[in-house]
Structure formats: C-alpha cells, structure tokens
Design a protein around this ligand. Structure first.
Ligand code: FES
Length: 165
C-alpha cells in the first residue's frame, strides 16, 4: 500500500487555492472537492497544508471531510467495486457475494488492493433491488450475481489490455 499523504505535489494545491480569495470555513467543501479531484483523495499532508495556509483548524477540516461520504482519506483503486448489503440482496445471497469478492481480492470492505487496482465498499442499498444480489463496478451494474459470476467479472478486469481488445 502506498504511504498516505507523503510528499504530495503541492503545485496542485497552489492552483486550487489560487482560485479562492480570503478563504473561510465556508469554502471548505469546494476546496476539498477540488483537492480530491486533483489528488484522487485527501492526502494528509495536503490537508495540513490547507490548515496552515488558511488558519482553519485541521480538526475542522477533518470534521467536514469525515462527515460527507463523498470524501476519501485514503488512496482509491483504479476500479471501485460496490456491493449491496441491503435486505433484498441479503435474502438472495448477498453475503456470499461479498465473501467471494473479499476472497478474490484478498481484502475487507473499505480497503484497496496493494496494486491499487480495486477498492471495495459495501453499501446499504444500491437502489436496484430487483437485480439482487447486486454489485456495481465503476458505475456499471452486475445483477443477479452468483459466486461464479463474481469471479468471472473480476477476472475480466484483470486481463491485460491486449486480451480484452
Ligand atoms: S437491497 Fe440490494 S440493491 Fe437494494
């Protein structure tokens, strides 16, 4: 796993902050959104730099960052896998699907693979209960999953580009 927030390129932050004048805590959300767009997540050293340059306490910045689900404090993988743990999916075998994903990727929910290919999350409901059990990869829905289908779908993301083409 990458070291989090070490030696981030602060030129990106310079550009972000230059768009704001007289930064106050009211600007935190748009600033954090731009930081996340620029870095892919909210690196610790960048957050500390924002605190130092703006005078806004790091605890306040982290308070905002942890309140909103849209913000991530750790690097994310190239592919985001989300699997449903809602009731409809649960009764149709969702827990087994989650177990297979965890086993195939060797991680727990909320973690990212060491090669930074996959981040895995579970969510309360993906909003398409008729497709239960359901997982979503990079916004694409894979419904009525079986253990075998999970392995096949994950393998398809692992194939070298020349094999897919
Ligand atoms: S319960 Fe799984 S999509 Fe709604």
């Amino acid at each position: 796993m990458n070291l989090i927030g070490e030696n981030s390129d602060l030129n990106i932050l310079d550009d972000i902050l230059s768009a704001f004048t007289e930064i106050t805590s009211n600007d935190l959300i748009p600033i954090l959104q731009r930081i996340q767009n620029g870095y892919g997540y909210l690196p610790k050293d960048v957050v500390m730099e924002v605190s130092e340059r703006t005078g806004i306490a790091a605890s306040q910045i982290y308070g905002v960052a942890t309140f909103y689900e849209q913000f991530h404090l750790k690097p994310r993988g190239k592919h985001l896998i989300r699997c449903c743990r809602g009731t409809a999916c649960h009764v149709k075998g969702g827990p087994e699907i989650i177990d297979v994903i965890k086993k195939c990727l060797g991680l727990e929910a909320g973690e990212t693979t060491e090669d930074m290919e996959f981040t895995f999350e579970t969510v309360a409901c993906l909003g398409a209960c008729a497709l239960a059990p359901l997982m979503v990869i990079d916004g694409n829905y894979y419904g009525m999953m079986t253990k075998q289908k999970v392995a096949e779908v994950l393998d398809s993301f692992r194939k070298p580009a020349e094999e897919i083409a």
